[in-house]
Design a protein around this ligand. Structure first.
Ligand code: GAP
Length: 604
């Protein structure tokens, strides 16, 4: 079957999400609210499975990661230290007439005729306005529509605005010029946009009854900062030592200017973040004598000689393996290494794992380029250093192994490593605004601290979005195929090929006929056997083929049918059921006793 076009495919996916209860528009009965989405019964299960799989892989299956569940609203100083108050902004341009904003890098090019004025005057009331106004007219539009918009613009805030007298305003200094592919006009109003200004993406609120500046707080725009703020408490209570990580899953909020592509860019979403703390390379070299540079592929099991590059590569590979393990093959993913000029100033490297969504742009060969699912950043010691400086609380650790190893180094090596550490600390301090003299003093103290086994850990941060992953899983699972039924009729089967580990419902339980109490009783017995262990769906309504189709669309990987053979009509088949596999539609016979171990082996 021909593949549906990207938009058509997205429309089908969005429609299936609503029809099957995967994703609904938030507040739909009031017309919805842009950038907010609810997960329906199947979506809630899917999301729960994804978060649990991540949590298990990142914490329970490892000795070196501890979990955290922090609050959404935290002390506002956290967002000053992290840089979010000052720099977490998109550059925006505004239509001065409608006040609608567009992201400066997302204005579509437009061609037409520009009408510009230098001001306006009211003949009736005698006031004048001296400011520029430009309106772009697309081909075929009448110049009067540009003049009407300009008058509305000049009348804003004037005493005559409400009365409608603005219509009599005289426009001054009209010029007319043609323009091609201009990026300066609002795509809806056609009015010339203001210069780009930063617009902070954090949602603000007030803590307590007073809506004053002192009580401003923010809904967290990422889960990561709570991990840094609680670093010392987790370190002390979990009895971990560096290298180790802290993982958190939870809500994050960003007042995105243009939420788009279904749930891809939302204003409320969930993140799954790991902050993995490592020794600075100078400490690794002092302890292990060398710092191993990673080669191609997975670098294998961690060793004491791993510096930040090996740990970074390790986490990139681990995360890709995770995606493969839940049904996103490597060929659907792109490993994008950010170029030096794209990196945040504190980052040493960052790899974005992209997924080839149906709405992703294509390269010149027609290949999907992909959109970010997860970023894996090597963030140096920036975050903990910032919190140390802003809170005044020490964020460093004491490393006995380093202290002992340092004592065994020859003086030249000690000098070399101390100098490198000094340079890195001095660079960080001056970059974050510390004057050269105090920066040099502090960096010297840091280098002396290193010699005594003290340092601020560096961090590797794999940061994934739950909702984007859900959308990737849904997009990848969606499949239409032509099937022919037993009567020879061909129809389109929509099947969600979710990996059994993430599938919202693992197994459908069907008594062959609902009016045979013995079949129903046996089917309920099977349901009761399975449901303490997995999500099951019991369905007795309609023809068995229709019931299978409903579960295909829900992505349920297995169907179990209880028929007369289960009850012993053929004695050798007593207590066996038909097991139908969703993707191949093959049916096999399996004993009820073997059912649970079989299903568990597939979904774990
Ligand atoms: N702590 C690092 C951090 O937050 P980020 O690249 O801004 O990094 C990490 O976000 C992940 O969170 C992204 O890769 C994406 O999966 C998800 N994410 C970010 N903004 C999002 C949004 N508006 N809607 C849905 N997911 C988003």
């Amino acid at each position: 079957m021909a593949e549906p076009k990207a938009n058509e495919l997205m429309e089908k996916i969005v429609s299936l999400c609503k029809r099957k209860g995967l994703v609904f528009q938030s507040s739909e009965i009031y017309g919805g609210i842009n950038g907010f989405w609810d997960y329906g019964p199947l979506g809630a299960e899917l999301k729960r499975n994804v978060k649990e799989l991540w949590w298990n892989a990142m914490t329970r299956m490892r000795d070196d990661v501890a979990g955290l569940e922090a609050t959404i609203i935290m002390h506002p100083q956290i967002w000053r230290a992290s840089g979010h108050v000052d720099t977490f902004a998109d550059l925006m341009r505004e239509c001065p007439l409608t006040k609608k904003r567009v992201r400066a890098d997302q204005v579509d090019p437009q061609s037409g005729t520009i009408y510009r004025w230098s001001g306006a005057a009211s003949a009736k009331n005698g006031w004048t306005v001296e400011k520029l106004c430009g309106v772009l007219l697309l081909k075929g539009q009448h110049p009067d529509s540009a003049r009407k918009k300009a008058r509305e613009f000049y009348a804003q805030g004037t005493p005559d605005w409400a009365s409608g007298d603005w219509q009599t305003l005289e426009l001054k200094g009209e010029t007319v010029a043609a323009v091609e592919n201009s990026l300066d006009f609002h795509p809806e109003s056609g009015v010339e946009l203001t210069a780009a200004r930063p617009f902070n993406l954090m949602f603000k609120t007030y803590v307590g009854p007073l809506e004053s500046e002192d009580n401003v707080a923010y809904l967290r725009p990422e889960t990561a900062q709570a991990i840094f703020a609680q670093f010392k408490n987790v370190l002390e209570t979990s009895r971990q030592t560096v290298p180790f990580g802290i993982a958190q899953v939870g809500k994050a909020f960003r007042n995105e200017v243009t939420p788009r592509n279904f749930t891809f860019r939302s204003r409320e979403f969930e993140q799954m973040e790991l902050e993995f703390f490592i020794k600075p390379d100078e400490a690794v070299e002092a302890i292990a004598g060398t710092v191993i540079k990673p080669g191609e592929g997975h670098p294998g099991e961690p060793t004491p000689a791993w510096g930040w590059q090996a740990w970074h590569k390790y986490w990139v590979e681990e995360r890709i393996r995770f995606y493969e393990g839940i049904g996103l093959p490597r060929e659907t993913l792109v490993e994008y290494w950010q170029k030096p000029e794209e990196l945040a100033h504190y980052a040493r490297a960052c790899v974005d794992i992209l997924f080839k969504f149906p709405f992703s742009k294509r390269d010149e060969k027609g290949e999907l380029l992909g959109e970010e699912l997860e970023g894996i950043a090597a963030r140096s010691d920036f975050d903990l250093s910032q919190h140390e400086r802003c809170s005044g609380k020490p964020m460093g650790v004491f490393d006995e192994e380093l202290r002992a190893a340092w004592g065994r180094l020859d003086p030249a090596k000690q000098q070399e490593l101390a100098q490198r550490y000094y340079d890195a600390r001095y660079k960080y301090l001056t970059k974050t605004g510390v004057e050269p003299e105090p920066a040099a003093k502090e960096a010297k103290a840091n280098a002396e601290g290193l010699a005594k086994g003290q340092y601020i850990p560096h961090v590797i941060e794999p940061s994934a979005g739950v909702d984007r992953l859900i959308l990737a899983l849904i997009s990848h699972a969606y499949c239409e195929e032509q099937v022919t039924d037993e009567k020879g009729k061909t129809e389109t089967r929509v099947v969600m090929r979710f990996h059994p580990r993430v599938a919202p419902v693992k197994v459908g339980i069907f008594p062959l006929l609902k009016n045979k109490p013995e079949l129903v009783a046996k089917a309920l017995e099977v349901r009761n056997l399975l449901r303490p262990h997995m999500a099951v769906f019991y369905d007795e309504a309609g023809a068995i083929g229709r019931r299978y189709r409903r579960q295909d669309e829900a992505g349920t990987p297995y169907g179990v049918t209880i028929d007369f053979d289960t009850l012993g009509e053929k004695p050798e088949l007593l207590n066996t059921v038909t097991l139908r596999e969703r993707d191949s539609m093959t049916q096999t016979r399996i004993s009820i006793d073997a059912l649970l171990p079989f299903l568990l082996s597939k979904i774990r």
